[in-house]
Design a protein around this ligand. Structure first.
Ligand code: ZN
Length: 299
């Protein structure tokens, strides 16, 4: 848990317990999703939440934590369309009467993730609530919390298309969604979609240009701090390593093993394995439909 206060705004981070799933990794470990972070930014009376989790059970636990803060939840900001960052928004909207806000690009991606529920999400995870897309855009991608402006900044493609971060200038804070990770393996599948690492690196540059002191990584190890310089450097290094290992490792298992050797303490090995499968699957089967490769890597 992280907490930082200015005169009138504060923020705290809640790490959602990963939803259970079946199956094992090549090294015999049980599969497990990565921890995912929701951030509550609050003033004296009102609060804004980012990135609710995936399942009804997770929403109940997170909702109890929000209720304990005794603020009026006005908005839920979703940084990008992946289901693990918003599928459980519905129960929280009902419980707190909040509005869901995202960029137009993220809203389009949310619809795409709803379409993949029966093919993918519902085949892996139980207890995902109904997921109507109720998100609306905000004028100029800005939301207000007790007179403070918060900006939804579009950063392009990272581990999904049309990703954003939430910039809170009065806290020197960027809530980074999946643009920045700390202590958790990155989901690298999008590198196959984009044909390279360039877009993700550009997105990190955009985050850096906002000159934050604090960054909340959407997937993080709770034992790590939120130092912006360190988390940006770590994410760049992880991408550089991945690019190097893609050249030197001959298959998905080799890549998986090499990453674990370099990052023995990182969480989220299931996501590492899925990403490796997709990257090598796309390389080894260039004629196969990439969406099919992605779905079979997840299952
Ligand atoms: Zn994510």
């Amino acid at each position: 848990m992280t907490s930082t206060a200015t005169r009138t705004l504060s923020y705290e981070v809640f790490i959602n317990e990963p939803a259970p799933q079946d199956g094992v990794l090549p090294n015999g470990e049980p599969k497990r999703f990565s921890p995912q972070a929701s951030t509550l930014i609050y003033g004296r009376e009102d609060a804004i939440l980012t990135d609710p989790p995936l399942t009804t059970d997770q929403a109940r636990v997170l909702g109890d934590w929000i209720a304990s803060k005794d603020r009026n939840l006005t908005d839920i900001v979703v940084t990008h369309g992946h289901g693990d960052h918003w599928f459980a928004a519905g129960p929280l909207v009902e419980r707190f009467g909040a509005r869901v806000v995202a960029s137009a690009g993220t809203i389009a991606q949310m619809h795409g993730n709803v379409a993949t529920r029966p093919l993918l999400w519902d085949r892996i995870y139980t207890g995902i609530p109904p997921t109507p897309v109720t998100a609306v855009t905000a004028p100029d991608n800005r939301v207000t919390l007790e007179g403070h402006d918060l900006a939804i900044v579009e950063v392009g493609s990272t581990d999904s298309d049309d990703t954003t971060v939430l910039h809170v200038p009065d806290l020197d804070l960027v809530v980074a969604g999946d643009v920045i990770y700390t202590g958790v393996h990155l989901y690298l599948a999008q590198i196959a979609v984009n044909g390279g690492f360039g877009p993700w690196r550009q997105a990190i540059d955009t985050v850096e240009s906002l000159r934050p002191r604090h960054i909340v990584a959407g997937h993080q190890d709770s034992r790590r701090d939120d130092d912006a310089v360190r988390t940006i450097a770590e994410t760049r290094e992880y991408l550089d390593d991945a690019e190097e290992l893609l050249d030197t490792q001959h298959g998905a298992v080799d890549f998986f093993d090499a990453k674990i050797a370099r990052y023995p303490d990182h969480l989220g090995r299931t996501i590492l394995w899925i990403g490796a499968n997709i990257l090598y699957g796309a390389r080894e089967h260039p004629d196969r439909d990439l969406r099919e490769i992605i779905v079979s890597a997840w299952l």
